[in-house]
Design a protein around this ligand. Structure first.
Ligand SMILES: Cc1ncc(COP(=O)(O)O)c(C=O)c1O
Length: 285
């Protein structure tokens, strides 16, 4: 099964797909993107992802005169061309190419790229036993800056934090700010369960408004679990009954260890398990 790539609507095999080295996504991370996965062959929560792509582009003042219709068309055409049973979809809009220079006015034609690869499910054991996370103290590239709230292609802080976490044998890095407040994972949002309540950092922590995070709010409300957006201090993670990560690719992934400390009873707790079950039912509906 080959990975298919669409560049401005031209679909090719991955090996043949090329973009110019002057593309600002390559030079500066001057781009926005979304990752979507399919369930039953259909892209899940595509409208929400396209809306967020639009908002991210607006945040970076990347103008999309034709709106989302072209990238939406590219996503569907590339999925059809790839023909995988389940797919990973990465949709990217870069500011495009131009003379080299930081001035965003040097490029005036955004470039659309869609990558469709076979979806590789995460190991079932991770859901049965939970994963480990490592806390990394840092600011976040998308934090309280001009880029705040956008899912931009500039992920260097997250890349380096994940490198630190992986060197410690952890699955995910959790970015903790200089005031010891928990923000989010390198590519995930974080929830904890304490005294029967679900807690998650607020958007004002400079985190990405995850689409899975938002779905969890709905599922928790339906299940009668109280959810609060609240500033979370790193020490609260150590006394949590349950912790889980949310992201498009992970769905709801229980956390077993924070650094060298066990979370709760050491195995996925009842809220994490129930929310995962319900999330999967909703995704397949
Ligand atoms: C920094 C960051 N936070 C949170 C998330 C989770 O977002 P979503 O649930 O929309 O996949 C991601 C996903 O890639 C991310 O990169």
């Amino acid at each position: 099964m080959t990975t298919k790539v669409s560049i401005d609507g031209l679909i090719q095999d991955e090996a043949a797909a090329m973009i110019p080295v002057t593309d600002r996504g390559f030079l500066y991370g001057d781009s926005v993107y979304e990752v979507v996965r399919t369930y039953g062959g259909k892209p899940f929560a595509l409208t929400e992802h396209l809306d967020r792509l639009h908002q991210s582009a607006a945040r970076l003042s990347i103008s999309l005169p034709e709106g989302l219709e072209p990238i939406s068309r590219d996503i569907h055409a590339t999925l059809d061309a790839a023909g995988h049973p389940e797919s990973y979809v990465r949709a990217i809009i870069t500011r495009g190419s131009g003379p080299i220079g930081l001035d965003p006015g040097l490029a005036d034609r955004p470039r659309r790229v869609v990558i469709v690869a076979p979806f590789q499910p995460l190991p079932a054991l991770w859901y049965d036993e939970g994963v480990s996370i490592h806390l990394v103290v840092t600011g976040r590239s998308g934090g309280p800056t001009l880029v705040a709230g956008a899912k931009s292609g500039n992920y260097l802080v997250n890349v380096l934090a994940l490198g630190v976490a992986r060197a410690q044998g952890a699955h995910e890095a959790i970015l903790v700010d200089h005031d010891e407040r928990v923000t989010e994972g390198a590519t995930s949002n974080l929830f904890l369960v304490s005294d029967g309540e679900l807690l998650t950092p607020p958007l004002s922590a400079g985190i990405l408004e995850g689409i899975t995070r938002h779905k969890v709010f709905g599922l928790a409300a339906a299940a009668g679990y109280p959810v609060h957006e609240k500033v979370i201090h790193r020490r609260e993670l150590l006394s949590a009954d349950e912790i889980f990560l949310t992201s498009t690719l992970r769905e709801i992934l229980p956390v077993q260890r924070v650094d060298d400390q066990q979370v709760g009873s050491g195995c996925p707790g009842p809220m994490s398990r129930r929310l995962l079950e319900e999330y999967r039912v909703a995704a397949l509906a």
